[in-house]
Design a protein around this ligand. Sequence first.
Ligand SMILES: [Zn+2]
Length: 442
Amino acid sequence: MLVVEAKLKNGTSEQYQRLDEVIRTSQFVRNSCVRYWMDNKGTTRNDLQKLCSRLAKNQDTPWVTKLNSQARQSSADRAWQSINRFYQNCRAKISGQKGFPKFKKHSRSVEYKLTGYKLSDDRRKIKFTDGFKAGEFDLWCSQRTLVYYSEQQIRRVRVVKRCDGYYCQFLIDVERLEHHEPTGQVTGIDLGLKEFYTDAQGNTVDNPRYLRKSEKRLKKAQRRLSKRFQKGSRQSNNYHKQRVKVAKIHLKVSRQRKDKAIKDALALVHSNDMVVYEALKVRNLVKNRKLSKSISDASWYQFTEWLNYFAKIYRIVCVAVPPHFTSQDCSVCGTRVQKSLSTRTHQCPNCKTVLDRDHNAAINVLKKGLQYLGNYLNGSVGHTQTGASAVLGSPQVEQLAYPNALGESDLWVFNGNIENLSCLVEQGISNSDVERIPHYIA
Ligand SMILES: [Zn+2]
């Protein structure tokens, strides 16, 4: 699946208002579904779909029938998703908040499936054809890639409102696969605040701290906004103008972060046959108030998501390991050297190794990853031919959750080309018998 995003341009302000109405209606349907679920015990997904058609026929809510029927269904699906997530969290007994479904106040998107819109033949225009009659918009696509895909491949069309305009996201059913030139390199990375990451070879990528850079402008804009806020009354036009300005600064920061995450992840995947990273529990880390802003600004989670994504499409191995003691243990002899966050160098009293703290951690991360992969491969001796190789070589990209020997965490092997990892054999982690390593089946 691939998402192509295009901006909806050259509509009249009336057309954009109609898009707003569409989004509001979709929100109404979703909230009605959540309300229905709260009031009726044992509501199923199917009940919500039935509720949709009842809402469409209801004389009191004439706007619902204007919304495309499939868009109504996907609004109900969205309600069901949040209900389902709540159930899952309860079943999994996660600590803290379980995410009880909330009513949405400021929805910003609506999803069409296969009907309710029409694309022009040259894929430069889109026309919304449901009851709201939002009409035709020009599509401004940065990549101009939409033209390569047939109408059957476009499975979903989502209209998203952002502070700088309206966008259309096309979900395209295509499996993206790229060629990876084996480099013979494997690496582990230690995510940090001072450097964005340090790899096992000691290379670093700096942390741009986009929010910190925009903070001055943001603070000024927010000060102006709060001056214009009038308690208890309708806000003025000037207030709303300023609100959009603040939102635009945030949007810029988030775009910068995304760009950076994509570039760094892609570069890492290009130059390595295997990447190991720490599965950090960012949710717990941001509880540290002194560091929470810096941690959010670094957007590690987003980066690891992109890393997984590119690992998938380039078919390299990507392993997540638990972060325990990676910065404390000596990467040479394994002695645990306690250090505080401010200690930047690792000095081992046992083997006299002196290394940068993050570099030491990155080596440990790599070692853990290789060990896990080795455990996985050696553990699947008996059924390499059937089980493991079938999964590893299958065209669908699957995450393999495999409990390792230490029982610490799951090993995530993406559909990578394990053949390239001669290092496993060299380091004696996998047995010298290369035949046993599952081969990728084209
Ligand atoms: Zn040591």
